[in-house]
Write a protein that binds this ligand. Structure first.
Ligand code: NAG
Ligand code: NAG
Ligand code: NAG
Ligand code: NAG
Ligand code: NAG
Length: 383
């Protein structure tokens, strides 16, 4: 131990005190305290700064990533309206090109055989459900007189252009304007069982390629394995197959704490988070992705997630007609985060340097403590 470095700072320090201090320095208790403080600092440096925080590593948090998805599963639908049909990924995945943000159709309302024609804003041929609620969904379409339907004006939030005729209720009609548009207009009747309820068993294969440019390190989440059929057999499971990149839709929804069948009916948004936390010092084979799943939309029974699209056809007579789909489904957002660290001499030297400075500060602190205790221990000094 070198001399009392703080000595000059100690007020009213006299020669006698200084000699006393040297005496105290030889004191057992103070010696132990000094040792304990230095040990604490060394422990903190090694345990926290170097082992826990790995500050001997250079860390990169900007991950470069690419995600490719592939959905698999086939489902058959036998409905009284449209008959038997078979749905494959090419039908229910939008867009179909394997994007990181994908939409899987789980329910839909189909309005077949629409042609450009004249019809009521709410068609008389629709079900009780629609004629009761239809005019409420398109309030601008309601009318009691032809004056309520100025020709050429589009129905606000409606389906076409007003023709100037009011299909009056007292004539046993809909009480809405006649429109020029795709007729008949869509029925807002909703099927109560998700049509693609079996989509629970569909799987998403997520291929994620990442790169940490600072370390020129690349990796994929698809495990390199001798067993060629591994990917055909496995389904992601937190415990059994944590590195299997194939996810059952039902499992994903279940992990977010929701039920697939509820979500399939009205739609929703799900985030799939892939987190890479790699310590490149212990080898690239130890660098694994960790998956987690969250529901992104505010869940309520009122908000639904849907959009519409149409398929156009021409019949033999050359007339264009279309089938309109209002689709409900689950939107998946795949988000990749990560960081990697590797030993580098510069951060190591910097941290050793600051460690040494901390040790110096430690002995400075001890000296200061010594000064204070000196003052307390020597009441004759006055003050
Ligand atoms: C579809 O359902 C109808 C009755 O609703 C039935 O007659 C028909 O055989 C079914 N088709 C198939 C392929 O299951
Ligand atoms: C749609 O049109 C086709 C041919 O024009 C017809 O066979 C079919 O029954 C129509 N479907 C509906 C639901 O009107
Ligand atoms: C109104 O329509 C109902 C059923 O659509 C029918 O039974 C009734 O006779 C119609 N009334 C008139 C006045 O057309
Ligand atoms: C999903 O698959 C399992 C077995 O693989 C089956 O028992 C279950 O009925 C299927 N679920 C649906 C909704 O088809
Ligand atoms: C998720 O699945 C487990 C096991 O199959 C089940 O016990 C649990 O109730 C499910 N959670 C939800 C939210 O459906």
């Amino acid at each position: 131990m070198s001399g009392c470095r703080i000595a000059r700072g100690c007020q009213r320090l006299r020669k006698q005190d200084f000699l006393d201090m040297l005496k105290y320095k030889k004191n057992m208790k103070l010696g132990i305290l000094y040792g304990v403080i230095q040990l604490c600092i060394i422990g903190y440096l090694i345990g926290w700064v170097f082992v826990m925080k790995k500050s001997y590593q250079s860390v990169e948090e900007s991950i470069q990533s690419s995600v490719v998805t592939k959905v698999k599963g086939v489902v058959s639908i036998n409905s009284s309206d449209t008959g038997f049909s078979l749905w494959g990924p090419e039908d229910y995945v939008i867009p179909p090109h394997g994007d990181a943000n994908l939409f899987i159709k789980t329910n839909f309302i189909e309005t077949p055989n629409q042609t450009l024609d004249y019809c009521a804003e709410v068609s008389a041929s629709l079900t009780v459900f629609t004629s009761r609620h239809g005019s409420d969904t398109v309030p601008d379409g309601r009318c009691s007189d032809d004056d309520d339907c100025p020709p050429g004006e589009a129905v606000r939030a409606g389906h076409g252009i007003k023709t100037g005729r009011c299909l009056k209720k007292d004539r046993n009609d809909t009480g809405t304007c006649e429109i020029h548009g795709w007729c008949p207009v869509e029925s807002s009747q909703k099927s109560h069982v998700p049509w693609l309820g079996k989509a629970e068993n569909f799987t998403i294969y997520i291929k994620n390629f990442i790169r940490f440019p600072r370390f020129s390190f690349s990796k994929s989440n698809v495990r390199e394995t001798q067993d060629k059929s591994y990917l055909q057999k496995c389904n992601y499971d937190e415990l059994v197959h944590p590195y299997c990149p194939i996810f059952r839709l039902g499992d994903i929804i279940n992990k977010t704490g929701h039920r697939f069948q509820d979500m399939a009916q009205a739609g929703g948004a799900i985030g799939i988070l892939i987190n890479w936390n790699c310590n490149l010092d212990i080898g690239s084979s130890q660098c694994h992705p960790k998956y987690s799943f969250i529901r992104l939309d505010f869940y309520s029974s009122i908000t639904t997630f849907n959009f519409r699209y149409a398929r156009y056809y021409k019949n033999a007579a050359g007339q264009t007609y279309r089938t309109l789909f209002k689709v409900y489904g689950i939107r998946f957002y795949i988000m990749v985060h990560g960081k990697a660290g590797e030993f580098r001499i510069i951060p190591t030297l910097i941290n050793i340097g600051s460690g040494l400075a901390l040790l110096g500060a430690g002995s400075f602190l001890c000296d200061g403590l010594l000064c204070i205790m000196m003052g307390r221990a020597d009441p004759s000094r006055g003050g």
